[in-house]
Write a protein that binds this ligand. Structure first.
Ligand SMILES: [Zn+2]
Length: 168
C-alpha cells in the first residue's frame, strides 16, 4: 500500500476533538492536519535527501510550542544514530525541551518506520509524553511511547535505572 493511501486512511471524517481537551488534541489515535503535515515533512525530506546508504531515514518531530525539527539518520556499522536521535539532538540545539509527536519515514518509498528498541527506550526516558506515529491496520496512528514499551524500566541521570513499578 502506498504511503499516500495510508495517510489518506489516517484521518477519519467526522471525528472531532473532545471540547476542552488539552491543546485541542484528538482523544483517539487518529492524526489531525498538523500530524499529517509532520509526516509530509519527513516524506519530503527522505525523498529529497535519502541516498540508500548513509542516510536512509528521515524523522520529524513537533514541539509543544508547534515548532518542527527534522533530520536524517547517519547509518554506520559502529552504531550511527537513527533519525529519531538526530532529531532529539536538533531539538536540543533549538532549545525545544518538550516534543509532543515524532515520525520516521524510510527512503525507497518504504513508508513509516516504528522506532527501533534503542530509540523507544531513549524517547521513553527523555520525552515520556511523546506520541509516535506508526502504521497499524493500513493507516498511520499516533500512539504513546509508553504504549510502545510496556513494563519498561525508566532511566534518568539523576536516579539511574528504576523498575517500571517503582513507587513515585
Ligand atoms: Zn532507532
Amino acid at each position: 500500500m502506498s504511503l499516500e493511501r495510508i495517510l489518506a486512511a489516517s484521518v477519519a471524517p467526522g471525528r472531532r476533538p473532545r471540547p476542552g481537551f488539552a491543546q485541542n488534541r484528538p482523544v483517539n489515535d487518529q492524526l489531525d492536519a498538523p500530524d499529517l503535515a509532520l509526516v509530509q515533512r519527513a516524506v519530503d525530506l527522505v525523498r529529497q535527501r535519502g541516498n540508500g546508504s548513509a542516510n536512509t531515514v528521515a524523522a520529524a518531530a513537533r514541539a509543544t510550542d508547534g515548532r518542527v525539527v527534522a533530520g536524517m539518520n547517519v547509518y554506520h556499522f559502529t552504531g550511527g544514530p537513527c533519525a529519531e536521535l538526530v532529531v532529539l539532538g536538533m531539538a536540543a540545539s533549538e532549545g525545544l525541551e518538550r516534543l509532543e509527536i515524532i515520525v520516521a519515514v524510510a527512503d525507497g518509498e518504504r513508508g513509516i518506520l516504528a522506532p527501533c528498541g534503542r530509540c523507544r527506550q531513549i524517547l521513553f526516558d527523555y520525552q515520556p509524553g511523546i506520541r509516535v506515529i506508526v502504521t497499524s491496520g493500513g493507516a498511520a496512528r499516533a500512539v504513546g511511547i509508553t504504549d510502545l514499551l510496556p513494563n519498561a524500566n525508566r532511566w534518568s541521570a539523576a536516579s539511574g535505572t528504576l523498575p517500571a513499578e517503582y513507587p513515585a
